[in-house]
Design a protein around this ligand. Structure first.
Ligand SMILES: NC(=O)CC[C@H](N)C(=O)O
Length: 348
């Protein structure tokens, strides 16, 4: 069965339908250079509303596993690949995971050409349909994009060593697991939780999670984030990093085509060291805007010098644009979590 990938620029790619062959989608088309880790990528809530294309040509060859997903379901709107491998292991196939989650996909696409188009044009929108699209704009102009943030009940675990309250904008399981591995108890709460309710949980620290969309859409959360940064040790990851920056008066902007993959080199501007990091973001903090805030830029991306990390001098507050939990990707940056626990214990 054929499937049609139509770009807002007018180009059409015809491929083979897979995953949920009936479903159709529209959204921002992004590419990731991850060679493996497709299950973690597709279930990462930060990909909500995005059509995710893998630049690596063969995807799905080791199936899917029960404890690898980064959330309860596939969050990407659709998947685009050159070749979808049938699983040769005893594990369920990637195609099965997509079908179970009603996620459409398209294979036999020239992903190399598609990547070049995105790199030239910048971010573009696209549709994935079962029939050719006659007029891209009229077909999809009424579609609205929603961030389906689940409202989580407060969970309190007062008896353990360190206790972190995590503001959940669309958290990846890997972030919670990385803290739990260090003996930290994590209470996941909705971003709409009040300061009083968070204080009642007596956290040792607060974590602002990753999440989908444009950080400026979260203006309602900024006053709470500013209060939390004044009061507690705080770590922001990806969207959380962007929101900390906005709360402290910095600005964000859209990158030409985003950073998505597991080989993004980051330079630590404090000690000159380098790390290879996993990234997944389309927006970035304007390093120039930091000058007018109490923040300090502590790391930058080597390819485009964009802001990769921030700290609030004199306070146990810092944030990273990259993903220290990896999932998937290199574990070079796991020290972010140990640094956070050290700050919560009163260290530096
Ligand atoms: N992984 C994330 O938290 C992504 C943050 C934000 N949605 C962006 O694309 O820049």
């Amino acid at each position: 069965m054929k499937k049609y990938l139509t770009l807002e620029t007018g180009q059409v790619f015809v491929g083979t339908a897979c995953g949920d062959t009936i479903a159709e989608r529209w959204g921002e088309l992004v590419f990731t250079t991850n060679m493996t880790g497709y299950q973690e990528t597709l279930t990462d809530p930060s990909y909500t509303n995005q059509l995710v294309m893998f630049t690596y040509p063969l995807i799905g060859n080791y199936g899917v596993q029960s404890n690898t997903s980064q959330s309860e379901s596939v969050k990407a709107s659709a998947m685009i690949v050159q070749e979808l491998a049938p699983s040769i292991s005893d594990e369920p196939s990637l195609d099965h995971l997509l079908k179970m989650n009603h996620t459409p996909a398209i294979s036999e696409i020239d992903t190399r050409q598609l990547t070049k188009i995105i790199r030239q044009e910048g971010t573009i929108h696209a549709s994935l349909t079962n029939q050719p699209v006659k007029d891209f704009n009229t077909s999809f102009q009424n579609q609205t994009i929603l961030h389906d943030l689940e409202i989580k009940p407060l969970e309190s675990h007062p008896n353990k060593n360190l206790h972190v309250v995590l503001l959940d904008f669309g958290v990846k399981h890997g972030i919670i697991e990385s803290l739990e591995t260090l003996g930290v108890t994590v209470s996941v709460v909705s971003p709409s939780t009040t300061l009083t309710a968070i204080e009642a949980l007596h956290p040792d620290g607060v974590l602002l999670s990753n999440g989908p969309g444009n950080p400026t859409e979260y203006a309602n959360s900024l006053p709470l984030i500013k209060q939390l940064a004044d009061k507690y040790p705080l770590l922001g990851i990806c969207l959380g990093h962007q929101l900390l920056a906005l709360a402290e008066g910095a600005t964000t902007y859209k990158l030409p085509f985003g950073h998505r993959g597991s080989n993004h080199p980051v330079k630590n501007l404090i000690d000159g060291s380098f790390q290879m990091t996993t990234q997944n973001h389309g927006f970035a903090v304007s390093a120039a805007s930091i000058a007018d805030t109490p923040l300090e830029v502590t790391a930058s991306e080597l390819n485009d010098q964009s802001c990769e990390a921030l700290r609030l001098p004199g306070k146990p507050v810092f944030s990273v644009q990259y993903h220290p939990e990896a999932a998937p990707g290199p574990h070079d940056a796991k020290n972010v979590f140990t640094k956070f626990t050290s700050l919560m214990n009163g260290g530096h």
